[in-house]
Design a protein around this ligand. Structure first.
Ligand SMILES: [Fe+2]
Ligand SMILES: [Fe+2]
Length: 158
């Protein structure tokens, strides 16, 4: 990735938006489940939120609050999908599960819901990313997942 510079003020902005979700009781439980290889869902979601935020800094008219919240909650499900029986279609099903869990625990706007529901695009054929924020998250999710599967050190961008 091309280096994108980030200021201390922007880092503070990120944490101000992210902290209430990250510190919530149920989000902390994501530490108990694995996303890819040795990366927990907790770490995965934070990496996706950080990379999405970084990428968005070069773009105009971004709703940072929805972007960060949607990215943090995009995989808000509480099970180890690797332990599923075959053909349970986790890839298709988990965006809806994540959205339902997120709506139970937080008040989400339409943009945040779209980010969660469309993050597996094009797998989620009927849930198309409808805003730049959702496009950024679906792209960053795939990039981070690839790194985690390859066993590259979990990206800590800032
Ligand atoms: Fe996902
Ligand atoms: Fe993900």
């Amino acid at each position: 990735m091309k280096d994108i510079s980030i200021t201390d003020e922007q880092i503070n902005q990120f944490w101000e938006i992210a902290r209430p979700i990250i510190e919530s009781e149920n989000f902390q439980k994501l530490k108990n489940f694995y996303a890819h290889k040795k990366t927990t869902i907790y770490e995965h979601c934070i990496s996706v939120a950080k990379l999405s935020f970084l990428k968005s800094l070069t773009k105009k008219n971004i709703d940072y609050v929805s972007l960060i919240r949607g990215a943090l909650l995009h995989d808000y499900y509480f099970y180890d999908w690797h332990k599923n029986k075959p053909f349970t279609f986790h890839g298709y099903k988990h965006p809806k599960i994540a959205e339902q869990n997120a709506c139970r625990d937080f008040e989400l706007n339409e943009k945040e819901k779209n980010i969660i529901r469309s993050h597996m695009f094009p797998l989620t054929l009927f849930h198309f990313p409808k805003c730049s924020e959702a496009w950024i998250v679906t792209i960053c999710d795939k990039k981070i997942a690839k790194m985690e599967i390859r066993g590259e050190k979990n990206a800590i961008y800032f």
